[in-house]
Design a binder for this molecule. Structure first.
Ligand code: FMN
Length: 252
């Protein structure tokens, strides 16, 4: 079984690619209804998710803490990131250990960047986007071979980047505290009340009121609403103004 979370579609694409080639099932954690899932002997359990501010998204941590499963014999994760993961692997492995399980293998895959809500952050050029996806396909093949062999690692295969501890243990808590707010979201006059943002928000945190999106408090800043809006009408404070949307083929 492969449990996944995806904001804009990158991690969904990875989870579905893995599932297809491993003859496994990819299950969106946002559809989980607290039912117990029995892991069969020899069955692998995978978690696929994006890196948000150098850690797994809170929605993923919460899911691991509450999912009802028996102890997996083989557990792995694949995280997708724009550039680098910081200590995402350690946070994930620690969360899993607290459930009394063990994370046997872990990988990162560089994918097109989706983060736009702060100065200095934007999507990749078409060329970089294309290159990342081609490399990701090769990386997925390698990961599949490892998972088929149920490879066990002492060090996870993630691109941590520079100052990983600082990013994960100092910046991420600040991000969680100050950047998950939905207050800065607004729509411009370009909004055509098409309901796309409402339908594509993975956390069902948007409803249309008088034809305009209204954000609730359960936001993980995945940016799906910003990227999928067909008229680019959704903005986040002043920081997204003029920024391009991710219109890659992998969009959900
Ligand atoms: C809120 C947010 C934070 C992000 N933080 C990081 C990060 O710390 N490091 C990184 O390399 N990419 C980061 N990214 C980029 C995503 O990890 C990457 O684009 C990922 O593939 C998105 O997957 P998804 O489409 O499944 O949500 C961030 C994206 C978002 C929306």
């Amino acid at each position: 079984m492969i449990f996944y979370f995806s904001g804009v579609g990158n991690s969904a694409w990875v989870a579905q690619s893995l599932a297809q080639q491993l003859n496994d099932t990819a299950f969106a954690i946002t559809k989980y209804n607290d039912e117990e899932y029995i892991i069969k002997p020899g069955e692998s359990v995978g978690f696929v998710f994006p890196v948000y501010s150098w850690a797994p998204p809170k929605v993923v941590i919460d899911f691991i803490n509450r999912i009802k499963i028996n102890t997996p014999n083989y557990l792995y994760f694949v995280c997708t990131c724009g550039d680098d993961t910081g200590k995402t692997a350690d946070v994930f492995a620690h969360t899993v250990e607290q459930r009394g399980w063990h994370c046997h293998a872990g990988y990162s895959i560089a994918m097109p960047n989706t983060y736009v809500s702060l100065p200095g952050f934007g999507i990749d050029s078409d060329e970089i986007e294309k290159q990342k996806i081609e490399k990701a396909k090769i990386r997925i093949e390698q990961i599949i071979n490892d998972i088929k062999a149920q490879k066990r690692m002492t060090k996870y295969d993630c691109h941590e980047g520079s100052i990983p501890r600082f990013k994960t243990y100092v910046i991420n808590p600040l991000f969680t505290k100050y950047q998950l707010t939905t207050k800065p979201f607004y729509t411009t006059d370009a909004c055509i009340s098409c309901h796309q943002c409402e339908q594509k928000c993975p956390l069902h945190n948007i409803i249309l009121v008088d034809g305009k999106p209204k954000w609730g408090n359960n936001c993980t800043q995945c940016e799906a609403c910003f990227h999928i809006c067909p008229t680019n009408a959704i903005q986040y404070g002043k920081y997204t103004k003029g920024k391009q949307q991710y219109k890659g083929k992998l969009l959900k």
